[in-house]
Design a protein around this ligand. Structure first.
Ligand SMILES: *[C@@H]1O[C@H](CO)[C@@H](O)[C@H](O)[C@H]1NC(C)=O
Ligand SMILES: *[C@@H]1O[C@H](CO)[C@@H](O)[C@H](O)[C@H]1NC(C)=O
Length: 464
């Protein structure tokens, strides 16, 4: 694969961009430890009902509240008024809960549902057993979950109930700022139930089981248990950049690997398989087309996977691709550059990425477009890549995960931050995204035209 000459112009831009990048990259990676710790400057009183909850035997609930990142919100709530917490007994959250539903609640992308569900168990005022409504008619109380109400009632026997759950341990814990009542089961608001049902029916259509997916350590982004080096099928020893073909990526020429290429897997078949999955998933036709048509890129990916490397593809959806402007495609080699920037030489799933951003705030991933990295952070209970205008959300997680290739759908096309800056300086007088006229296949068309100009058709079969 040749193509070096056409990147000359580009590398000048990149060089300038790199300087810019180096000067601002120190700003990018500050961890947001305060959020992870859930603390707002130690305002909370140790005699608070929240502290009591975390210390109580309602460990399952306490754990969920922490996982849902609600401690800070609740701290603020008890700072303003008393609260009443209905705490399901542990068994209600372990043994008695539909495992699918529990999995749903714990999936990072469903954080909002989990928060809604938990806030539904809390009333923003104090209702001790003595102040419990006397009547058998139920009285609605608003909860901390917006728009959701709980019905407090009494059975004829005098037993207290909240919605359809019996209160089995009234006044289980009382503190100056609130009270906890033990209840027999989890309370599920209708909206959360609906979300779950929707997600489940979607799942059954689109599921691609992540079988044998290796566990990734979210702190290092590496496999938790690297295979012993000698074993066939183990990750290759050389960094992926050494194995990449020279070409669009601004990478050093590859050193000949010791012992030559070692073919562990049929990478080509896996690449075909994921492209196929992408096509069937729907909404990613343009990306799939590009991979089919840019045969050099697809076979490069296949080769790398064959040699034991792993890849995560951030696949922009069709809507995102349609927004690409002529301007963004005008640099020679731009389409391939764009694609390479969406390939991460690590195996990442939605879960591993979400865990990483949750814990560290901001995480930078290498891309196959050296030396550019893509920044990820937590936003709205999901993972957001890139920064500012050029950012994209993890939109369709885990479209394909086979342990070596992972495909994550995103809702934007990403550009290196520093390049965006340079471009906007250079072309400040041009409005950013006006020329965008949705049209399929624009990216590839452009590749062919640009390559045609440079007399380099041969690498792209579909340009002939
Ligand atoms: C919570 O309730 C107690 C007892 O009713 C009351 O003394 C206290 O002021 C209340 N706290 C807040 C923050 O309203
Ligand atoms: C890819 O090639 C096929 C067949 O050559 C063509 O129909 C399709 O439009 C091409 N895709 C793009 C994105 O141009």
């Amino acid at each position: 694969m040749g193509g070096a000459p056409i990147y000359g112009v580009f590398s000048n831009v990149v060089f300038a961009a790199l300087l810019l990048f180096l000067s601002c990259s120190t700003l990018l990676a500050l961890p947001e430890s305060s959020r992870a710790a859930g603390g707002s400057a130690g305002q909370i009183n140790s005699n608070s009902i929240l502290v009591a909850l975390l210390d109580s035997h309602y460990t399952e609930l306490a754990e969920l509240v922490e996982k849902a990142l609600l401690l800070q919100t609740l701290e603020e709530a008890v700072g303003r008024h008393n609260i009443t917490i209905f705490a399901p007994k542990n068994e209600a959250l372990e043994r008695d809960l539909d495992p699918d539903f529990k999995r749903f609640l714990l999936e990072p992308r469903n954080l909002k549902s989990l928060q809604t569900l938990l806030m539904f168990h809390i009333i923003p005022s104090r209702i001790d057993s003595v102040s419990w409504p006397e009547s058998t008619e139920s009285t609605p109380h608003s909860t901390l979950s917006d728009g959701h109400h709980l019905q407090l009632s009494r059975e004829d026997s005098g037993e207290k109930a909240v919605d359809r759950a019996r209160v089995i341990h009234p006044d289980a814990l009382t503190r100056p700022d609130g009270v906890i009542h033990g209840i027999e089961r989890l309370l599920v608001p209708q909206t959360v139930q609906d979300d779950f049902n929707n997600r489940r029916s979607l799942r059954s259509i689109t599921a691609v089981k992540p079988e044998g997916a290796p566990e990734v350590d979210p702190r290092t982004h590496r496999l938790k248990k690297p295979a012993p080096p000698a074993k066939a099928g183990s990750p290759p020893a050389l960094p992926i950049y050494d194995a990449m073909a020279p070409g669009p990526a601004i990478s050093p020429a590859p050193a000949p690997g010791p012992g030559g290429p070692h073919h562990h897997f049929d990478g080509e078949a896996q690449v075909k398989d994921f492209i196929h999955t992408l096509l069937h998933y729907g909404g990613y036709n343009e990306m799939a087309d590009i991979l089919v048509n840019l045969t050099s890129l697809a076979s490069e990916m296949g080769r790398l996977v064959s040699e034991g490397y792993v890849l995560t593809v951030l696949a922009p959806n069709d809507e995102a691709m349609a927004k690409l402007t002529t301007d963004q495609l005008s640099e020679p080699g731009a389409p391939e550059q764009i694609m390479y920037y969406h390939l991460i030489p690590e195996y990442q799933t939605e879960e591993s990425m979400y865990n990483a951003v949750r814990r560290f705030g901001k995480v930078k991933y290498d891309t196959l477009r050296l030396p550019h990295k893509v920044m990820a952070q937590e936003a709205d209970g999901s993972v957001k890549f890139g920064q500012g205008d050029g950012s994209a959300y993890l939109f369709d997680p885990d479209i394909y995960t086979d342990g070596r290739i992972s495909v994550q759908g995103i809702d934007g096309v990403l550009f290196p931050h520093e390049e965006v800056e340079v471009k906007s300086e250079k072309k400040a007088f041009l409005p950013a995204k006006v020329v965008a006229k949705p049209r399929r296949g624009k990216l590839l068309e452009f590749t062919c035209r640009v390559l045609g100009t440079f007399g380099q058709h041969s690498r792209f079969t579909s340009c002939r």
